[in-house]
Design a protein around this ligand. Structure first.
Ligand code: SF4
Ligand code: SF4
Length: 448
């Protein structure tokens, strides 16, 4: 069995056992959903509704005339109570559509379409109309990514799910294999790629078996087994492992003839083309040592994380407020433990790119203050982008953002490895994010 990988990175404990064997379930709807109008890379959407409007599940409620943007849809039947800024998982406030959920919900009907009649423009149009973005966390609009004007040799379906704890894509590999394969075929049709690779880490044996069975008669598709190493699912590392091609700094996968889409996104593409179903719900993983009932759950966009936690049994050993007061919960993270965002409130809504909600006990969370760099070199040794994280952190910490950029801050994709290996607990990703914010603000000021 050939197992491929990339250089550097780290071997992390998987912590997948909490939820990997839990089939996908649904939960009750909350009383209210809060749907941000800017949950993607690109231009924010303008609201198409206002307070008092009645909306149906799947109805478009936000869009933008900009090419790089993604339409937003209602995730429930209900009444719009406000269009106003609401707290967002990154710590800012984002203009959002607030919907009071009807107690009676009509299950939407999505009539089947004939996939063979769709040409590449029709597929792209369906993807755009459905508001699909990269669901691995990047949230880049998919119709933009698939509008590459360069020749593409291969589509890579990213089924690595390399961050610890997350298992939703693993479950989809097993439970929605046919939809995933059809989604991959649609992507290939759009970009005219001769081959499709499914990159899967070897810790998903049942997923690998399901995929192999599903594509056994298609010689243009292949399952590539990958080492269980972080960040194997990052685009550049995945392309290196699967195709042995290097994406140079500042370049994109399409510059080396590759397009990467993750499992959830490929399935959303299938559903958009087959049923004209907009992206208003997703599967995510609820896990962590302080989660009472870890699992993989289908959730409507805009659902508050507190509601999801409560529906899954709450915090281990205590109810919500009690858990916080008694300090039973050390940290709540939206996303994976390496790239996710810590949350301090339970009313934050999940968005299209939310792959997980993780609840950790205080014992799982390091609380030591960061210290000065001791120049051990571990961050340099492990950085998958071959950067000097120590230098980036040092310069950014002192406000010397230009020097941080010179040392590659803009090439950092915030995988968190340098933070994980650092004996001085240096918050390098925080420094990188500060640098990127500074650069974006400087560019915006220059453009005025
Ligand atoms: S500098 Fe960026 S890419 Fe390199 S290890 Fe740190 S977070 Fe990852
Ligand atoms: S791992 Fe931490 S202490 Fe070591 S060189 Fe990097 S920033 Fe400095």
């Amino acid at each position: 069995m050939t197992v491929k990988t990339f250089k550097q990175g780290v071997f992390l404990p998987h912590y997948k056992k909490y939820s990997e064997d839990q089939p996908i379930t649904t939960i009750d709807l909350p009383n209210e959903v809060v749907i941000p109008l800017h949950q993607h890379i690109g231009a924010p959407c303008q609201a198409l509704v206002r307070a008092g409007d009645r909306v149906k599940t799947g109805q478009k409620i936000g869009e933008s005339a900009a090419f790089v943007s993604a339409a937003i849809h209602a995730s429930v039947d209900g009444t719009v109570t406000a269009v106003e800024p609401r707290p967002y998982f990154t710590g800012t406030n984002v203009e959002s559509v607030v919907i009071e959920v009807d107690p009676e919900q009509k299950e939407p009907v999505w009539p089947e379409q004939d996939l063979s009649s769709l040409d590449k423009d029709a597929i792209k149009a369906a993807i755009k109309e459905a508001g699909i973005v990269g669901m691995g966390g990047a949230a880049f609009p998919t119709h933009v990514k698939l509008s590459a004007s360069k020749p593409i040799d291969a589509v890579i379906i990213n089924a690595c799910e390399c961050e610890p704890f997350l298992t939703c894509d693993h479950r989809l590999l097993i439970e929605a294999t046919a939809a995933l394969v059809e989604g991959a075929r649609l992507i290939r049709k759009v970009v005219d790629a001769p081959r499709v690779y499914f990159g899967v880490e070897t810790n998903k044996a049942d997923g690998i078996a399901a995929l192999k069975q599903a594509i056994k008669d298609d010689e243009t598709m292949e399952v590539v087994m990958l080492d269980v190493k972080y960040p194997q699912g990052s685009e550049k590392q995945l392309i290196k492992a699967v195709m042995d091609r290097e994406v140079p700094p500042g370049k994109l996968p399409l510059d080396v003839g590759a397009i990467v889409q993750n499992v959830s996104t490929a399935i959303a593409i299938y559903e958009a083309c087959r049923y004209k179903k907009p992206l208003y719900e997703r599967v995510l993983t609820l896990s962590g040592d302080a989660a009472a009932r870890p699992g993989n759950i289908r959730v409507r966009v805009g659902t508050p994380i507190g509601h999801i936690i409560e529906q899954c049994g709450g915090f281990k050993g205590a109810s919500g407020e009690e858990a916080r007061l008694n300090k039973l919960v050390g940290k709540i993270i939206m996303g994976g433990p390496m790239t996710g965002w810590a949350q301090s409130r339970l009313d934050i809504p999940i968005v299209k790119g939310t792959s997980g909600i993780l609840i950790f006990s205080p014992a799982m969370v390091a609380k030591t203050e960061h210290r000065a760099c001791v120049r051990c070199g571990r961050c340099v040794e492990h950085c998958p982008m071959f950067l000097y994280p120590s230098h980036i952190g040092m310069y950014a910490e002192n406000g010397r953002y230009d020097s941080a950029v010179e040392w590659g801050a803009m090439d950092c994709f915030e995988c968190g490895i340098c933070v994980y290996v650092c004996p001085s607990n240096r918050p390098i990703v925080k420094f990188v994010r500060e640098t990127k914010r500074h650069v974006a603000a400087a560019r915006a000021a220059k453009a005025k």
